[in-house]
Design a protein around this ligand. Structure first.
Ligand code: SF4
Length: 379
C-alpha cells in the first residue's frame, strides 16, 4: 500500500487534538521507553505541550542515542542550486512562478565553475537543487550528475517528483539520495499554499518516497516545511511516513530535515508558530522515535542556535550555503535576488568546521565512496 492511502485514513485536526491532550504520565512513559522501538502513541506524547516541561530529559536522551549511533561527528554538505526556474505557484517560495525574478539555469561550464569552487571550499557531499520546470527534468539532471560525479564523493538531489523509472536512471547516473519534503501533511493548508502547477497533486507528492524506495535509491529524505500548519501534527505525520517507508523499503536509509520558513521574495502571509525550543522538541522526539535516522540542520537557522542545538539530535549540517544558481561564483555585480530563501548562518564552511572541532565534534567532509552507488533493488 502506498503512503497516500495511509494518510487518507488519518485526520490532521484529530491528530493535533490528540497531541494537545496528552497527559504528563504519558510523556513520562514515552521517555522511559527511550532506546526501545516507540510507536505512534509515544511520538504523540513526545511532541505534546506536556512534553515541553520534560524538554531537558528529552534532549538528554536524544543526545545519548545520537552519540551512541553516530558518535561525535557532523557530516557537512552544501546545496548547489542548478536552476531557479519553476512552473508552480507556492505561496512561500522565492522561486514561485508568480514572482518576477530573473530565471537562470546553469549551463555545463557554469556547473563546472560552481563545482570547482565547492571543491575548493572542501565539500565532497553536494545536494543538487532545482525548481520544478520541464526543462530541468530527468535528462538535465542526469547530465549534471554525470558531469559532477567524478568530482564529488556523494551527490544527492532535491528536484521535482519523478516516476520510478526516472529515479532508477538517476541512481545509475550517481544520485545516492533524494530529498522530497511534503511541506505539510495538512490537506487544507497544502491546498492553500500550492496554488497551481504539478505540486497541487498531493497524492503524487505523498507517494514520491515510495517510488524512490521502489527504484532502490540509497537514501530518502523527508520533512515538513515549518510555518505552513501545526508543527506538532506535521512532525507526527513525518514519523508516520517514516514508519511506512521503513517497513516497505527496509534497505533504504532515511533522513529528516526541519526547514523553517525564512524571508523570501513575494512573501504574503504570516507563518504559523515554530520557535527554536519547539524545533529542538521536534528533532529530539524524532530521534527517540527513530534512533538510526539522519537528522539535518540547515543554514536557515542562526549561528547561536546551530551551536547550541546541533549536538542534541543532528547528524548533518549545511554550511556556507548559497541558494541561487551561480551563487558560489557569481560576480559582485550579479544581485543575490535570485535566491530561494535568505540563509541565516553566513559563516564560511571552514569557520563552521573549526567551530565544530572547538566544541568537541569531528566535521566529516566525506563518509561515502562513489563505488557504493551501485543501485539496489533494480534490474
Ligand atoms: S517550493 Fe519548489 S515547487 Fe514551489 S515554487 Fe519553490 S521551487 Fe517551485
Amino acid at each position: 500500500m502506498k503512503f497516500s492511502e495511509h494518510w487518507k485514513r488519518q485526520d490532521f485536526e484529530a491528530t493535533r487534538q490528540r497531541i494537545l491532550n496528552v497527559s504528563d504520565a504519558e510523556v513520562r512513559r514515552a521517555l522511559a521507553m527511550a532506546g526501545q522501538r516507540l510507536g505512534m502513541r509515544e511520538l504523540e506524547a513526545l511532541l505534546s505541550p506536556a512534553a515541553d516541561r520534560h524538554l531537558e530529559a528529552l534532549a538528554t536522551q536524544s543526545q545519548r542515542l545520537t552519540r551512541q549511533r553516530f558518535g561525535r561527528t557532523i557530516q557537512l554538505y552544501a546545496p548547489l542550486y542548478l536552476s531557479n526556474a519553476c512552473s508552480n505557484v507556492c505561496t512561500y517560495c522565492g522561486f514561485s512562478a508568480k514572482n518576477h525574478l530573473r530565471r537562470k539555469t546553469l549551463q555545463p561550464l557554469e556547473l563546472d565553475q560552481e563545482a570547482e569552487e565547492l571543491r575548493r571550499l572542501g565539500f565532497n557531499h553536494v545536494l543538487l537543487v532545482t525548481g520544478e520546470a520541464k526543462h530541468v527534468g530527468t535528462p538535465y539532471i542526469e547530465d549534471a550528475l554525470r558531469r559532477l560525479r567524478p568530482r564529488f564523493a556523494n551527490l544527492s538531489l532535491e528536484v521535482q517528483p519523478l516516476d520510478t523509472a526516472d529515479y532508477t536512471r538517476l541512481a545509475q547516473a550517481g544520485a545516492s539520495a533524494v530529498f522530497v519534503y511534503q511541506e505539510t501533511y495538512d490537506a487544507s493548508a497544502y491546498s492553500r499554499h500550492h496554488l497551481s502547477g504539478a505540486k497541487t497533486d498531493v497524492d503524487w507528492r505523498l507517494d514520491t518516497p515510495d517510488r524512490l524506495g521502489e527504484a532502490g535509491v540509497h537514501k530518502v529524505g523527508l520533512g515538513a516545511l515549518y510555518g505552513l500548519s501545526d508543527w506538532r501534527a506535521d512532525t507526527w505525520f513525518v514519523g508516520l511516513h517514516l514508519r511506512h517507508l521503513e517497513s516497505s523499503y527496509w534497505k533504504t536509509r532515511y533522513s529528516v530535515s526541519f526547514p523553517r520558513l525564512r524571508p523570501h521574495a513575494g512573501e504574503d502571509f504570516t507563518p504559523t508558530r515554530f520557535d527554536e525550543r519547539e524545533l529542538v522538541q521536534a528533532a529530539c522526539a524524532l530521534r527517540l522515535f527513530c534512533p538510526e535516522a539522519e537528522l539535518a540542520l540547515s543554514t536557515r537557522e542562526s549561528v547561536e542556535f546551530r551551536r547550541q542545538a546541533f549536538g542534541l539530535a543532528f547528524t548533518h549540517m549545511s554550511a556556507g550555503s548559497r541558494t541561487n544558481p551561480g551563487g558560489y561564483t557569481q560576480s559582485a555585480e550579479e544581485p543575490g535576488s535570485l535566491e530561494q530563501f535568505a540563509p541565516h548562518d553566513n559563516r564560511s564552511p571552514e569557520e563552521v568546521a573549526m567551530d565544530l572541532r572547538s566544541l568537541g565534534y569531528e566535521p566529516v567532509w566525506k563518509d561515502w565512496d562513489p563505488s557504493f552507488d551501485a543501485p539496489r533493488g533494480v534490474g
